[in-house]
Design a protein around this ligand. Structure first.
Ligand code: ATP
Ligand code: MG
Length: 630
């Protein structure tokens, strides 16, 4: 057996021994009594009886060995600033923030809602919350008042931490008016609001409720706030899923299991060591931001880079200039960002020295082969796809290069990660598919490993009913994604279970059709949806963004490219998969985290109401589609 196969088997066959060894990677105040309590499935309690603290493991623990090493570097190309904090400085700032939160009445178990741009204070606030045992609920700073209000109602925070404004592409986006409006809309009213003033937008502070961070910080420059030792099962935070398929779910995470899971992933998946430099281009409003901007790298004693700005401003070389300047060893981004770069000149990626990178990890959406190949050629560093969910907190499928170097196969996020008992389930009869190359729903047999969601915030029934199904004698967690596994254990994600279209009785994954279309040299990005058809049940319809749209200003030119694309699908997948139309747009409707909103596209293509669009990035994108389909 290979080293990784052996490691994986151990994690599945002897989970207690396996995870008790991983638990050694972190500091415990009281060691756990029991590794896993699964007496009330599907609820798993990890490291029962242990007490620890997430902030201690991310910050305090490193003071003895690396107090002066940079812990957090906050770079903003929006305000043209770079701020670096050593572990000692981070420790001081987090205690100041914790003291201020306490002075505003925040106690253990209380929720604090964080509505912030990508600035260092956002990380201070997250770390300060878990330091005192309060739960943070970070809401992506791009959300408007309606989305924010519903999250305030759900989390019922005692306090909100926010800032005067964010900035995007040089345009200031004031947050305070959105926050005021959201609080007015919400049935729950937080007692205190702590405002960070960046000097970007004027603010009105409401007396008695709103407080200025700079003034309060001054009062607590030297206040010592010790870490609150909490039960391993004490919740550390809640976070909402992206809302790609419907109403976002409030994921609740524990403390001990999450800390262990992240420490283990830094070692086994990212092959990282203390002193390495991690740059995740995500946002703290998403799970990647929680696990791999803030907590994971800090737990591992690495320097983490926080970035506010676009990947293309001041130019498309900006990320790689950061890699060069800070000698970044680990970079994490999303396929959607790579597709943005793909529309730019590839020479930007060759301008800088990026060979310090061990790899570039990509997650969040299917990484199609042409995009993987393009970025791989342009950067000349390994590209590693990884598949997971807000719910799981760390990768389900990828390569564990820290255990054994494995070869990347473009198009596949890789193998089942240790701890995840991944199965493919036949939807027609609920049975497990064991032979290779069969298509099924990607599922995980319970218990979910450490780090995964404990439950849906305040809604155990929703957790059980949404995710869990019984197959004879066992409980299975469904990811709602289709996948196949080849004979070597590499998995391929074929799309979401609700993204399957049925053309005259043939079930086709939209992902397969998208892959085929995206391999045309002039297609940068494409979304395929199934549209109701009186004759065939459904037909595939494609919406594509051209790499070079300059020649597409006439009907004839568009028809010519459409014909080429159709021919390509015919030859690669067969005529049954051929889209009925290929429409060209300049932008596709996406969530704020960069995921294609196929459900909205489909609704508009079928002339239906697209429903809840609060998580959508650019409403103009749907208007283009409406205009095209008439
Ligand atoms: P919601 O659950 O609210 O509809 P969401 O599923 O988009 O939103 P996330 O948790 O942010 O919320 O995304 C997880 C999903 O993203 C996965 O279930 C999968 O569909 C997709 N995904 C993530 N990484 C990959 C990947 N590497 N390859 C293919 N798909 C991926
Ligand atoms: Mg989901």
């Amino acid at each position: 057996m290979t080293a990784y196969a052996d490691f994986y088997r151990q994690s599945i066959d002897q989970p207690d021994a396996f995870w008790s060894e991983q638990a050694q990677l972190i500091d415990w105040h009281t060691p756990p009594r029991q590794v896993c309590d699964y007496s009330n499935p599907p609820f798993a309690k990890w490291f029962v009886g242990g007490t620890t603290n997430l902030c201690h493991n991310a910050v305090d623990r490193h003071l003895a060995t690396r107090a002066s090493q940079p812990a957090l570097v906050a770079i903003s190309t929006e305000t043209d600033s770079e701020r670096s904090y050593s572990f000692a400085e981070l420790h001081a700032e987090v205690q100041r923030m914790a003291a201020v939160l306490q002075s505003l009445g925040v106690k253990k178990g209380d929720r604090v809602l964080i509505y912030m741009p990508m600035i260092a204070e956002a990380a201070f606030a997250m770390l300060a919350c878990v330091r005192i045992g309060a739960l943070h609920s970070v809401v992506f700073g791009g959300f408007a008042s309606g989305s924010l209000a519903s999250r305030i109602e759900d989390a019922e925070p005692v306090a909100v931490v926010s800032a005067d404004a964010g900035s995007r592409g040089g345009k200031v986006v004031p947050y305070k008016p959105l926050l005021d409006e959201a609080i007015a809309l919400s049935k729950h009213k937080p007692a205190a609001v702590l405002m960070i003033n960046r000097g970007l937008a004027p603010m009105h502070l409401q007396p008695g409720r709103d407080h200025d961070w700079t003034a309060l910080r001054e009062q607590h420059l030297h206040t010592v706030v010790p870490c609150e030792w909490v039960e391993s099962t004490h919740p550390s935070y809640t976070l909402y899923t992206s809302g790609t398929t419907g109403k976002p779910k409030g994921v609740q995470r524990d403390t001990g299991g999450y800390t262990v899971a992240l420490a283990a992933s830094m070692k086994h998946i990212f092959d990282a060591k203390a002193g390495d430099v991690y740059f995740a281009t995500s946002d703290i409003g998403w799970v990647v931001g929680h696990s791999y901007i803030v907590y994971g790298p800090l737990i591992a004693g690495m320097t983490t880079i926080m970035y506010e700005g676009l990947p293309t401003r001041p130019d498309a070389g900006v990320w790689w200039s950061i890699v060069e300047k800070y000698k970044v060893t680990h970079m994490f981004s999303a396929p959607t960002a790579v597709r943005v770069l793909k529309k730019q000149d590839a020479s930007w990626l060759r301008k800088y020295h990026v060979q310090t990178l061990k790899a570039l990890w990509l997650a969040g959406e299917p990484l199609d082969e042409p995009t993987a190949q393009w970025i791989s050629d342009a950067l000349q560093v390994p590209i590693i796809d990884n598949y997971w969910q807000t719910e799981t907190g760390w990768p389900i499928l990828t390569l564990a290069n820290g255990v054994e170097q494995q070869t990347t196969r473009f198009g596949s996020p890789g193998k089942a990660m240790y701890g995840y008992h991944v199965k493919l389930i036949d939807e027609s009869n609920g049975e497990e598919l064991t032979a290779p190359n069969q298509k099924g729903v990607v599922a995980i047999e319970g218990p979910l490993p450490p780090g995964c969601m404990q439950t849906v915030w305040r809604d155990d029934a929703r957790f059980v009913n949404t995710y869990w199904k019984s197959i004879p004698g066992r409980l299975i967690y469904s990811t709602f994604d289709w996948g196949i596994r080849d004979a070597d254990g590499y998995h391929f994600i074929l799309g979401r279970t609700d993204d399957v279209i049925n053309v005259a009785g043939h079930r086709l994954g939209t992902r397969e059709i998208e892959e085929s279309i995206a391999s045309h040299p002039n297609i940068a990005e494409v979304a395929v949806v199934g549209v109701a058809d009186s004759l065939k049940g459904q037909v595939a319809m494609a919406f594509a963004v051209a790499r070079d749209a300059s020649g597409l200003d006439s009907d004839a030119a568009r028809l010519k490219l459409e014909g080429e694309v159709m021919k390509q699908v015919d030859s690669q997948l067969g005529a049954v998969a051929r889209p009925s139309r290929v429409y060209f747009v300049t932008v596709l409707p996406k969530t704020r985290s960069g995921k294609l909103l196929r459900r909205a596209l489909q609704a508009v293509a079928e002339r239906r109401d697209p429903g809840d669009l609060t998580t959508m990035e650019d409403p103009a994108a749907l208007q283009q589609v409406k205009d095209l389909v008439g």
